[in-house]
Every structure is written in structure tokens, then in C-alpha cells.
Design a protein around this ligand. Structure first.
Ligand code: UDP
Length: 335
């Protein structure tokens, strides 16, 4: 298949491109490097030793998308490109709604107009809101606590309605849990801009000495040790989930949780990182972060049954691979 990957230089996009190329798919990446670096493209080539096409495109610009579809024959689209900082979405809601929702609309419109009938969308477990765990695909969605989450929920609705009106279209909505880790080569991984918002990048910056200590947001939740519980998923497993979703995609809307089905607390993750990498992570317990829920983890059975996909990599793998990438990056300071 010839697959258009939007945001293919980003964290999850780049790992997915590697897996697509490994499966001998033809790939065209578009990215505007808003939150990524052109060096990632070289790293993908180094890892896979394969060729792909690249265009500098802003997916919120409809003219650029039409030109892209005019000049290429795609079989499928995997749409990753988007703003993703939860905190920033609260201070810049209009940019988030505009960028994230219009890009989905433009891409879906182009798929309809140019007869591309496979669309895989990068959604998020945040659409479940504060539901009871484990989160299941057929649950009624609760309001999310920030505009970023709303852009994911809105994009899902846009795509579901597009399928109702265009029954040949096949859409896969992939609800990611907490993607962490890096490619085992250490050549691609997550590079947060500014102070990391997410736990694993913060831990790895404490490990590398860029930050003095971790602040653990609350130890009074109703969880095993009082700290927040999340379903961490290795980005390589997540990337393989996209390939599985694409290869099984037929007409209609299909929703899948991509998670491990297991919850890990903040302190459990910290202790695994310390043990696997033999590095001490100093931390302070501080008050809860606004908008956080206590527990989130997936019921991952639908993806296993229908896509024949499940996570293989462990929390220890995630900690080891995160640190390999971060320590290389800090030494070279080039990605
Ligand atoms: N967390 C923390 N300190 C940090 C960042 C996150 O204690 O510096 C906690 C957060 O409260 C949550 C868990 O780590 O319980 C995962 O947070 P993250 O932002 O990575 O994911 P999300 O909350 O979006 O699921």
C-alpha cells in the first residue's frame, strides 16, 4: 500500500513509518516540523535502510492537501499531525481547535474526493474522561478536561459522520493510552519542547541531570500506593498496532484501544526506571495536578481479537529504551 503519514517526523509517527517500511509499504511523510526535526527523517533511513517520500506540508492548509492528493495516488492515510500539549491547549484553545479539527476535516474531504478509503486516526484515551476502568471502546464518552482532549473527541465524530455519509470509507480510530519508550536503536524517540508535561520524559530529564528532581502530582489517590495509575505502552508496540489496524481496515468505523491493559503507578514507573538503568530519580510529592484522573487503563481485548495485536514490550523495556535514546541525545545534542 502507498500510505500518507501526516506528522511522520513526530514521536509516534516516526516509529510507525519504521514499522510500515519494515513491512515493505510505500510511505509518503508530510510534516511541518512544528514539533519535530528534519533529522528524524535521516534517522528513519538509517534504521530501515529504505526510501520514502517527504513533503513539507501544513495539514491545516487545504490547498496544500489538495495539491498533495492531486499529485499522488494514496491507498491510505494515517493522520498523526496535530498539537498535543494538554496545558497549552487550555491557554490556546482556538489554535488547538483550528489546527487539530480542520486538518482532520481537510484530510477526510480529500480522501472522499480522491477515492482513498482507508483512514487511520490518532486518537487518545483522554476521550474516555473519568470513566470506570478498564476503558472499553463502547463506553459512553465523558467530557475531557481540556481542549486537546476535545479536539480528539471532535475529530472522532467528524470521521464517524463522514463514514455514515460515505459508506465505502473505512476509518480506524486508535485510542492510545500512554505512549513511552523509544526505538531500540536509540536513534528516534520523544523530544519534548520546554519543560516536559508527561511523566516519562520528565523522569529521563531528571536522569540526565537536566532537571533536579521529579514532582509527583499527588499520593492521595485511591490506588495501590496513592499515586496516579496509567497504562503505559511502548511506542514500538503502538506503531505495530497502526500497521495491524491498517492491514485489517475495511469499510465502516472501527474503534480500538491501544494499550497493555495493565495499570502502573507513578512510583512503580520511577522504581522500574531506577532499577533498570541503575540511576537514582529524586522526587518530591506535591499536590495533585488539575484535570488529572486517578486511574486509566485499557480493556485491550478488542484489538487482540480483531487485529491480532497485543503489546509485547514491558515496563522495563520502556525504561531501558527511553534512557538509551535520552542519554545518546544528551551526549550528541543533535535531534
Ligand atoms: N505525573 C507526575 N509528575 C509529572 C508528570 C506526570 O506525577 O511531572 C503523573 C500524573 O499526575 C499522572 C501520571 O504521572 O498520574 C502520568 O501523567 P502524564 O502527563 O504522563 O499522562 P496523562 O496524565 O496525560 O495520562
Amino acid at each position: 500500500m502507498h500510505i500518507l503519514v501526516t506528522g511522520g517526523a513526530g514521536f509516534i509517527g516516526s516509529h510507525t513509518v519504521v514499522e510500515l517500511l519494515n513491512q515493505d509499504h510505500e510511505v509518503t511523510i508530510v510534516d511541518n516540523f512544528y514539533n519535530s526535526s528534519p533529522k528524524v527523517l535521516d534517522a528513519i533511513k538509517e534504521i530501515t535502510q529504505k526510501q520514502f517520500r517527504f513533503h513539507l506540508v501544513d495539514v491545516s492548509n487545504q490547498e496544500q492537501i489538495i495539491e498533495l492528493f492531486e499529485n499522488n495516488e494514496f491507498d491510505a492515510v494515517i493522520h498523526f499531525a496535530g498539537y498535543k500539549a494538554v496545558g497549552e491547549s487550555v491557554s490556546k484553545p482556538l489554535s488547538y481547535y483550528f489546527n487539530n479539527v480542520t486538518s482532520t476535516i481537510h484530510l477526510a474531504q480529500a480522501c472522499v474526493d480522491y477515492g482513498v478509503n482507508k483512514f487511520v486516526f490518532s486518537s487518545s484515551a483522554t476521550v474516555y474522561g473519568d470513566n470506570n476502568v478498564p476503558f472499553k471502546e463502547d463506553m459512553e464518552l465523558l467530557p475531557t478536561t481540556n481542549p486537546y482532549g476535545e479536539t480528539k473527541a471532535m475529530s472522532e465524530r467528524v470521521l464517524m459522520d463522514a463514514v455514515k455519509a460515505h459508506p465505502d470509507l473505512g476509518v480506524s480510530l486508535l485510542r492510545y493510552f500512554n505512549p513511552v519508550g523509544a526505538h531500540p536503536s536509540g536513534l528516534i524517540g520523544e523530544v519534548p519542547t520546554g519543560v516536559p508535561n508527561n511523566l516519562m520524559p520528565y523522569i529521563s530529564q531528571v536522569a540526565s541531570g537536566q532537571r533536579e528532581k521529579l514532582f509527583v502530582f499527588g499520593n492521595d489517590y485511591e490506588t495501590t500506593d496513592g499515586t496516579g495509575v496509567r497504562d503505559y505502552i511502548h511506542v514500538v508496540d503502538l506503531a505495530k498496532g497502526h500497521v495491524a489496524a491498517l492491514e485489517h481496515l475495511n469499510a465502516g468505523t472501527h474503534i480500538y484501544n491501544l494499550g497493555s491493559g495493565k495499570g502502573t503507578s507513578v512510583l512503580e514507573l520511577v522504581h522500574s526506571f531506577e532499577k533498570v538503568n541503575d540511576i537514582k530519580i529524586p522526587y518530591d510529592i506535591v499536590k495533585r495536578r488539575d484535570g488529572d484522573i486517578a486511574i486509566s487503563y485499557a480493556d485491550a481485548s478488542k484489538a487482540k481479537n480483531e487485529l491480532d495485536w497485543e503489546t509485547k514490550l514491558t515496563i522495563d523495556d520502556m525504561c531501558e529504551d527511553t534512557w538509551r535514546f535520552e542519554s545518546k541525545r544528551v551526549t550528541k545534542r543533535d535531534i
